[in-house]
Ligand binder design. Sequence first.
Ligand code: ATP
Length: 267
Amino acid sequence: PEYQEPHDARRTDVTYDDLGGLGETIDQLREMVELPLRYPELFRRLGVDPPRGVLLHGPPGTGKTRLARAVANESEAQFFLINGPEIMGSAYGESEKRLRDIFEAAAKAAPSILFIDEIDSIAPKRGQVHGEAEKRLVAQLLTLMDGLEPRTNLVVIAATNRPDAIDEALRRPGRFDREIVIGVPDEKGRREILGIHTRGMPLGDDVDLDELARTTFGFVGADMAALTREAAIEAVRRIMPRLNLEDGTIPSEVLDELSVLRADFNN
Ligand code: ATP
Protein backbone atom coordinates (compact mmCIF):
# COMPACT_ATOMS: atom_id res chain seq x y z
CA PRO A 1 0.00 0.00 0.00
CA GLU A 2 2.16 2.81 -1.28
CA TYR A 3 -0.76 5.12 -1.98
CA GLN A 4 -0.29 8.56 -0.54
CA GLU A 5 -3.00 11.07 0.01
CA PRO A 6 -2.68 14.17 -2.17
CA HIS A 7 -1.43 16.37 0.61
CA ASP A 8 1.43 13.95 1.09
CA ALA A 9 3.59 15.64 -1.47
CA ARG A 10 7.05 14.79 -0.47
CA ARG A 11 10.67 14.87 -1.24
CA THR A 12 12.45 11.58 -1.36
CA ASP A 13 16.10 10.95 -0.68
CA VAL A 14 16.83 8.36 -3.38
CA THR A 15 19.58 9.48 -5.75
CA TYR A 16 20.92 8.24 -9.08
CA ASP A 17 23.71 6.55 -7.12
CA ASP A 18 21.13 4.23 -5.60
CA LEU A 19 20.39 2.70 -8.97
CA GLY A 20 22.59 0.07 -10.56
CA GLY A 21 22.90 -0.85 -14.21
CA LEU A 22 20.71 1.98 -15.43
CA GLY A 23 23.29 4.47 -16.69
CA GLU A 24 21.78 5.04 -20.10
CA THR A 25 18.25 5.07 -18.76
CA ILE A 26 19.23 7.74 -16.27
CA ASP A 27 20.76 9.83 -19.06
CA GLN A 28 17.54 9.58 -21.05
CA LEU A 29 15.38 10.49 -18.09
CA ARG A 30 17.58 13.42 -17.17
CA GLU A 31 17.11 14.81 -20.61
CA MET A 32 13.38 14.15 -20.78
CA VAL A 33 12.39 14.97 -17.24
CA GLU A 34 15.06 16.64 -15.16
CA LEU A 35 16.04 19.22 -17.74
CA PRO A 36 12.54 20.59 -18.37
CA LEU A 37 11.69 20.51 -14.67
CA ARG A 38 14.79 22.45 -13.73
CA TYR A 39 14.98 24.79 -16.68
CA PRO A 40 11.48 25.29 -18.06
CA GLU A 41 12.54 28.65 -19.51
CA LEU A 42 14.88 26.89 -21.98
CA PHE A 43 11.91 25.16 -23.55
CA ARG A 44 9.79 28.28 -23.44
CA ARG A 45 12.51 30.22 -25.22
CA LEU A 46 12.62 27.58 -27.93
CA GLY A 47 8.86 27.61 -28.21
CA VAL A 48 8.45 23.90 -27.59
CA ASP A 49 6.35 22.19 -24.97
CA PRO A 50 8.36 20.07 -22.56
CA PRO A 51 7.31 16.41 -22.29
CA ARG A 52 4.14 15.81 -20.27
CA GLY A 53 4.20 12.09 -19.90
CA VAL A 54 6.87 9.41 -19.96
CA LEU A 55 6.11 5.71 -20.02
CA LEU A 56 8.59 3.39 -18.33
CA HIS A 57 8.26 -0.22 -19.18
CA GLY A 58 10.09 -3.30 -18.09
CA PRO A 59 9.74 -6.41 -15.93
CA PRO A 60 8.74 -6.16 -12.25
CA GLY A 61 11.48 -5.32 -9.80
CA THR A 62 13.80 -3.58 -12.25
CA GLY A 63 13.75 -0.27 -10.40
CA LYS A 64 11.04 1.78 -12.10
CA THR A 65 9.65 3.20 -8.89
CA ARG A 66 13.10 3.87 -7.47
CA LEU A 67 14.06 5.58 -10.70
CA ALA A 68 11.05 7.89 -10.59
CA ARG A 69 11.86 8.78 -6.99
CA ALA A 70 15.48 9.48 -7.90
CA VAL A 71 14.56 11.78 -10.78
CA ALA A 72 12.18 13.67 -8.52
CA ASN A 73 14.82 14.08 -5.86
CA GLU A 74 17.58 15.06 -8.25
CA SER A 75 15.29 17.53 -10.03
CA GLU A 76 14.31 19.02 -6.67
CA ALA A 77 10.72 18.22 -7.47
CA GLN A 78 7.93 16.97 -5.26
CA PHE A 79 7.05 13.32 -5.66
CA PHE A 80 3.45 12.08 -5.88
CA LEU A 81 2.56 8.44 -6.24
CA ILE A 82 -0.54 6.78 -7.59
CA ASN A 83 -0.84 3.03 -7.38
CA GLY A 84 -2.99 1.77 -10.24
CA PRO A 85 -4.65 -1.27 -8.67
CA GLU A 86 -5.24 0.58 -5.46
CA ILE A 87 -6.98 3.55 -7.01
CA MET A 88 -9.09 1.15 -9.09
CA GLY A 89 -10.33 -0.45 -5.93
CA SER A 90 -11.96 2.68 -4.59
CA ALA A 91 -15.71 3.09 -4.37
CA TYR A 92 -17.75 4.25 -7.37
CA GLY A 93 -16.84 7.79 -8.42
CA GLU A 94 -14.21 7.92 -5.70
CA SER A 95 -11.37 6.77 -8.00
CA GLU A 96 -11.86 9.67 -10.42
CA LYS A 97 -12.00 12.12 -7.58
CA ARG A 98 -8.78 10.78 -6.10
CA LEU A 99 -7.11 11.04 -9.49
CA ARG A 100 -8.29 14.64 -9.92
CA ASP A 101 -7.20 15.56 -6.41
CA ILE A 102 -3.70 14.18 -6.88
CA PHE A 103 -3.24 15.92 -10.22
CA GLU A 104 -4.41 19.16 -8.67
CA ALA A 105 -2.13 18.81 -5.65
CA ALA A 106 0.85 17.92 -7.84
CA ALA A 107 0.25 20.89 -10.12
CA LYS A 108 -0.05 23.16 -7.12
CA ALA A 109 3.19 21.88 -5.58
CA ALA A 110 5.13 22.11 -8.89
CA PRO A 111 7.82 21.40 -9.86
CA SER A 112 6.47 17.89 -9.38
CA ILE A 113 6.66 14.38 -10.64
CA LEU A 114 3.50 12.35 -10.54
CA PHE A 115 4.29 8.67 -10.72
CA ILE A 116 1.57 6.23 -11.76
CA ASP A 117 2.60 2.67 -10.97
CA GLU A 118 0.95 -0.18 -12.87
CA ILE A 119 -0.89 2.15 -15.21
CA ASP A 120 -2.20 -0.85 -17.16
CA SER A 121 -4.68 -1.47 -14.37
CA ILE A 122 -6.11 2.05 -14.72
CA ALA A 123 -6.02 2.19 -18.49
CA PRO A 124 -6.31 -1.25 -20.07
CA LYS A 125 -6.83 -1.52 -23.78
CA ARG A 126 -10.35 -0.74 -24.84
CA GLY A 127 -12.09 -3.79 -26.17
CA GLN A 128 -10.62 -5.82 -23.37
CA VAL A 129 -13.69 -6.38 -21.30
CA HIS A 130 -14.00 -3.80 -18.67
CA GLY A 131 -16.79 -2.07 -16.88
CA GLU A 132 -18.23 1.40 -16.82
CA ALA A 133 -16.14 2.48 -13.84
CA GLU A 134 -12.91 1.57 -15.62
CA LYS A 135 -13.90 3.40 -18.78
CA ARG A 136 -14.62 6.51 -16.79
CA LEU A 137 -11.27 6.35 -15.05
CA VAL A 138 -9.33 6.12 -18.34
CA ALA A 139 -11.37 9.01 -19.68
CA GLN A 140 -10.64 11.01 -16.54
CA LEU A 141 -6.92 10.34 -16.82
CA LEU A 142 -6.87 11.47 -20.46
CA THR A 143 -8.83 14.61 -19.60
CA LEU A 144 -6.40 15.43 -16.82
CA MET A 145 -3.35 14.91 -19.06
CA ASP A 146 -4.87 17.05 -21.81
CA GLY A 147 -5.91 19.71 -19.34
CA LEU A 148 -2.45 20.33 -17.93
CA GLU A 149 -1.40 23.88 -18.68
CA PRO A 150 1.81 24.02 -20.74
CA ARG A 151 3.25 26.23 -18.06
CA THR A 152 2.59 23.80 -15.26
CA ASN A 153 5.90 22.34 -14.26
CA LEU A 154 4.69 18.80 -13.84
CA VAL A 155 5.80 15.58 -15.50
CA VAL A 156 3.74 12.42 -15.25
CA ILE A 157 5.77 9.21 -15.27
CA ALA A 158 3.84 5.99 -15.68
CA ALA A 159 5.16 2.48 -15.25
CA THR A 160 3.96 -0.82 -16.60
CA ASN A 161 5.18 -4.37 -17.08
CA ARG A 162 2.76 -4.79 -19.97
CA PRO A 163 3.12 -1.92 -22.46
CA ASP A 164 1.00 -3.81 -24.99
CA ALA A 165 -1.89 -3.94 -22.54
CA ILE A 166 -2.52 -0.22 -22.22
CA ASP A 167 -5.01 1.89 -24.12
CA GLU A 168 -3.36 3.33 -27.25
CA ALA A 169 -5.04 6.68 -26.65
CA LEU A 170 -2.61 7.16 -23.76
CA ARG A 171 0.32 7.32 -26.14
CA ARG A 172 -0.92 10.17 -28.32
CA PRO A 173 1.14 13.36 -28.52
CA GLY A 174 0.88 15.42 -25.38
CA ARG A 175 0.12 12.36 -23.31
CA PHE A 176 2.59 9.52 -22.70
CA ASP A 177 4.45 10.16 -25.92
CA ARG A 178 7.93 9.23 -24.67
CA GLU A 179 8.95 5.72 -23.79
CA ILE A 180 11.84 4.27 -21.93
CA VAL A 181 12.49 0.56 -21.85
CA ILE A 182 14.07 -0.88 -18.74
CA GLY A 183 15.54 -4.30 -19.17
CA VAL A 184 16.79 -7.06 -16.91
CA PRO A 185 20.32 -6.12 -15.75
CA ASP A 186 23.37 -7.78 -17.26
CA GLU A 187 26.37 -8.94 -15.24
CA LYS A 188 27.83 -5.45 -15.00
CA GLY A 189 24.46 -4.10 -13.91
CA ARG A 190 24.05 -6.83 -11.31
CA ARG A 191 27.51 -6.04 -9.97
CA GLU A 192 26.56 -2.38 -9.58
CA ILE A 193 23.31 -3.28 -7.86
CA LEU A 194 25.15 -5.62 -5.48
CA GLY A 195 27.55 -2.80 -4.66
CA ILE A 196 24.64 -0.53 -3.79
CA HIS A 197 22.87 -3.03 -1.57
CA THR A 198 26.00 -4.07 0.32
CA ARG A 199 27.21 -0.48 0.71
CA GLY A 200 26.80 -0.28 4.47
CA MET A 201 27.39 -3.97 5.15
CA PRO A 202 30.46 -5.37 6.83
CA LEU A 203 31.49 -8.05 4.32
CA GLY A 204 33.84 -10.91 5.07
CA ASP A 205 37.08 -11.19 3.09
CA ASP A 206 35.81 -14.26 1.34
CA VAL A 207 32.87 -12.48 -0.26
CA ASP A 208 33.37 -12.03 -3.98
CA LEU A 209 30.77 -9.70 -5.43
CA ASP A 210 32.07 -10.17 -8.98
CA GLU A 211 31.46 -13.88 -8.68
CA LEU A 212 27.99 -13.29 -7.23
CA ALA A 213 27.17 -11.01 -10.13
CA ARG A 214 28.34 -13.69 -12.53
CA THR A 215 26.25 -16.45 -10.99
CA THR A 216 22.95 -14.59 -10.65
CA PHE A 217 21.88 -14.61 -14.29
CA GLY A 218 18.27 -13.53 -14.65
CA PHE A 219 18.10 -11.74 -11.32
CA VAL A 220 16.52 -8.28 -11.38
CA GLY A 221 17.26 -5.50 -8.88
CA ALA A 222 14.55 -6.61 -6.49
CA ASP A 223 16.05 -10.13 -6.49
CA MET A 224 19.52 -8.78 -5.78
CA ALA A 225 18.14 -6.68 -2.93
CA ALA A 226 16.42 -9.75 -1.48
CA LEU A 227 19.62 -11.78 -1.82
CA THR A 228 21.68 -9.32 0.21
CA ARG A 229 18.91 -8.93 2.79
CA GLU A 230 18.71 -12.69 3.26
CA ALA A 231 22.48 -12.93 3.61
CA ALA A 232 22.40 -10.28 6.33
CA ILE A 233 19.69 -12.17 8.18
CA GLU A 234 21.78 -15.32 7.91
CA ALA A 235 24.71 -13.47 9.48
CA VAL A 236 22.49 -12.39 12.36
CA ARG A 237 21.28 -15.96 12.84
CA ARG A 238 24.87 -17.06 13.15
CA ILE A 239 25.60 -14.77 16.08
CA MET A 240 22.22 -15.30 17.78
CA PRO A 241 23.57 -17.84 20.30
CA ARG A 242 26.02 -15.22 21.56
CA LEU A 243 23.42 -12.59 22.36
CA ASN A 244 22.37 -12.02 25.94
CA LEU A 245 18.77 -12.93 25.51
CA GLU A 246 18.06 -12.23 29.17
CA ASP A 247 18.98 -8.57 29.34
CA GLY A 248 18.61 -7.89 25.61
CA THR A 249 22.11 -6.51 25.15
CA ILE A 250 24.64 -7.26 22.46
CA PRO A 251 28.20 -7.84 23.68
CA SER A 252 30.42 -5.35 21.86
CA GLU A 253 32.82 -8.03 20.58
CA VAL A 254 29.86 -9.78 18.94
CA LEU A 255 28.91 -6.57 17.17
CA ASP A 256 32.53 -6.06 16.09
CA GLU A 257 32.69 -9.54 14.63
CA LEU A 258 29.37 -9.37 12.87
CA SER A 259 29.94 -9.63 9.16
CA VAL A 260 28.31 -11.19 6.16
CA LEU A 261 30.28 -14.14 4.80
CA ARG A 262 30.29 -15.86 1.47
CA ALA A 263 28.33 -18.79 2.85
CA ASP A 264 25.56 -16.48 3.99
CA PHE A 265 24.75 -15.73 0.37
CA ASN A 266 24.15 -19.38 -0.36
CA ASN A 267 21.36 -19.95 2.08
P1 ATP B 1 7.41 -3.18 -9.85
O1 ATP B 1 7.18 -3.17 -11.31
O2 ATP B 1 7.27 -4.55 -9.19
O3 ATP B 1 6.74 -2.07 -9.08
P2 ATP B 1 9.80 -1.67 -10.01
O4 ATP B 1 10.42 -1.87 -11.35
O5 ATP B 1 9.04 -0.44 -9.73
O6 ATP B 1 8.96 -2.95 -9.66
P3 ATP B 1 11.21 -1.03 -7.66
O7 ATP B 1 9.99 -1.10 -6.81
O8 ATP B 1 11.77 0.26 -7.98
O9 ATP B 1 10.96 -1.86 -8.98
O10 ATP B 1 12.35 -1.96 -7.07
C1 ATP B 1 12.13 -2.79 -5.95
C2 ATP B 1 13.39 -2.82 -5.12
O11 ATP B 1 14.39 -3.56 -5.81
C3 ATP B 1 13.98 -1.46 -4.88
O12 ATP B 1 13.50 -0.87 -3.71
C4 ATP B 1 15.46 -1.77 -4.78
O13 ATP B 1 15.78 -2.20 -3.48
C5 ATP B 1 15.65 -2.93 -5.71
N1 ATP B 1 16.07 -2.51 -7.06
C6 ATP B 1 15.39 -2.72 -8.21
N2 ATP B 1 16.07 -2.28 -9.26
C7 ATP B 1 17.22 -1.75 -8.79
C8 ATP B 1 18.35 -1.13 -9.40
N3 ATP B 1 18.43 -0.96 -10.71
N4 ATP B 1 19.36 -0.71 -8.60
C9 ATP B 1 19.28 -0.89 -7.26
N5 ATP B 1 18.24 -1.47 -6.63
C10 ATP B 1 17.22 -1.90 -7.38
